[in-house]
Design a protein around this ligand. Structure first.
Ligand code: CP3
Length: 345
């Protein structure tokens, strides 16, 4: 059976755009909060296939998205390499920062795939449990974004420690990026072996870099991962997400070889339409419009569908769904997209 989401990623125009939402499993759903209540340690939650399968399926039951995304986190890679990673309530992730070559050398890539084996089990079970028309997305953080967390030790910074290290000691920083390229490619290849049908690489912090640094720490590592994954699985589409790359989006698409690009909400729809000529685009509803609902949500949704709906296009947000998003707004959005088949009014 052909899957709408995979058709769009393969560059086909579809009768209506497929959709899924970044962070579609999460705290805005009461049934997620219920499961989370009994799973205090977030990483253990990610590593418990029974729970990870359940919360991956929750948004599909309500809204029938065209794709399920594996429930996990981008920080399972540093955790799997042996860095201390903790998720604190109200604070987000806290890591023991790595700021020297010795710190990089203390990481152990040989334990990674074993450590992450519960994630592969989750994927194997999901590929049997999701509806036949739904695609299964695997994912990882891209090296720059994961390195930012590893070096800064937390989110919410201007990435200054990482950016400064990358300028002062580029060979040292390169060693960290190389380790992440190798680890991430191996991790994604294993995800595909266990049932992932498409891959998204999240480069959430790519927007803080200058042109030369963007090229070295975003374009080159994403390109190296795409090449390794495609060597093994040439038919599996890869979505790049160099968030807030602005004028660098086009270079990113042309140089990395991704099949699709996820656009943040800042990208003008005219520009998104131009990018659609070179690859499938995904995005880019403002997550605050989804919180607001009503006329604001309707206007923004229609603008996007009118500009990009002919395809190849995947409807999504510009960044993850916010925890205080009313579930009924998501229901409205799902209906609007499903009712937007070409020719219907
Ligand atoms: O999209 C999905 O539904 C799949 C699961 C998923 C999660 N995180 C679950 C999660 C995915 C794809 C991610 C990616 C991720 N994680 C990114 C890249 C995308 C982006 O948002 O830029 C980043 C930067 C992270 C790191 C991370 N994880 C942070 C900064 C936080 C804390 C902030 C927050 O929202 O709490 C997390 C925690 C996290 N990851 C939660 C979920 C559902 C919330 C944890 C909870 O239940 O308390």
């Amino acid at each position: 059976m052909s899957k709408l989401f995979l058709d769009a990623l393969n560059g086909k125009k579809t009768d209506r755009p497929p959709f899924w939402l970044m962070r579609q499993a999460g705290r805005y759903l009461p049934e997620y909060r219920e499961v989370r209540k009994n799973a205090k340690n977030f990483l253990n939650f990610c590593y418990t296939p029974d729970l990870a399968v359940e919360v991956t399926l929750q948004p599909l039951r309500r809204y029938g998205m065209d794709a399920a995304i594996l429930f996990s986190d981008i920080l399972v890679i540093p955790d799997g390499l042996g860095q201390s990673v903790e998720f604190r309530e109200g604070e987000g992730p806290v890591l023991e920062p790595i700021r020297s070559l010795a710190g990089i050398e203390s990481l152990d890539k040989n334990r990674l795939l074993d450590h992450l084996s519960p994630v592969f089990e989750t994927l194997g079970r999901l590929s049997k449990e999701i509806p036949a028309e739904t695609a299964l997305i695997g994912f990882a953080g891209a090296p720059w974004t994961v390195a930012v967390y590893m070096v800064e030790g937390r989110g919410g910074t201007d990435c200054g420690t990482a950016r400064s290290w990358a300028y002062r000691q580029p060979e040292e920083f390169q060693a960290l990026i190389d380790l992440l390229v190798e680890s991430t490619a191996a991790y994604l290849i294993e995800q595909i072996a266990h049932g992932a049908e498409a891959i998204q690489l999240f480069d959430s912090w790519s927007g803080v870099l200058s042109e030369s640094q963007f090229h070295r720490w975003v374009v080159e590592p994403n390109k190296a991962i795409v090449r390794r994954v495609k060597e093994k699985y040439p038919a599996v589409p890869v979505i790049g997400f160099p968030r807030q790359a602005g004028l660098m989006y086009e270079t990113f698409i042309r140089e990395t070889g991704v099949d699709a690009v996820s656009l943040d909400s800042n990208v003008p729809l005219e520009e998104a339409k131009a990018l659609q000529k070179i690859c499938t685009v995904q995005g880019n509803l403002d997550n605050q419009a989804l919180v607001a609902g009503g006329a604001a949500l309707e206007t923004e949704t229609i603008r996007i569908l009118e500009a990009l709906g002919e395809g190849p296009f995947v409807f999504n947000l510009g960044h993850g769904i916010l925890p205080h998003t009313p579930p009924e707004h998501v229901a409205w959005l799902a209906d609007a997209i499903k009712g937007s088949a070409a020719g219907s009014s």
